[in-house]
Write a protein that binds this ligand. Sequence first.
Ligand code: 4NP
Length: 155
Amino acid sequence: MLEIPKRKILFVCLGNICRSPLAEGILRRKVAENKLNFEVDSCGTAAYHIGAKPDSRMIQTAKNRGTDISFLIARQFSKSDFDYFDSIFVMDKANYKNIIALAVNESQKEKVKLILNEINPNNNDEVPDPYYGGQNGFDHVYDLLDLATDKILGL
Ligand code: 4NP
């Protein structure tokens, strides 16, 4: 029998406590529900929240929609992620700039994509940072990442 190789996906935001852990949690749930062969992780470009759980507001927003992210722990992006992962989906243009700046060749750069281009190719839309806003912002991020993760998985 032909084995389909596992596709390895990394999600990146600034702090790894709001947007990228949510993307990771939603993708993990859909991979399990659909018995797909994906590996998934997330990280931040910044070091501020290394070792922290996701923001409690994001944990609750995800829980309300059937996604558990309470077990995730923040880490910072490492250059070795370029080699390990097949695709690196970033949330906004600042993340894109910060990650591209660490790439040492074209093949590493080609792995980095703005996640919302999976929904509207070439639009370069950003997933807004919900950290300083209200509950609407968290719900909006969930809606965007729910759709984007469907596109990534071809659902
Ligand atoms: P995230 O949100 O990048 O989606 O995890 C943020 C979390 C923390 C901060 C900024 C954005 N912060 O400035 O601490």
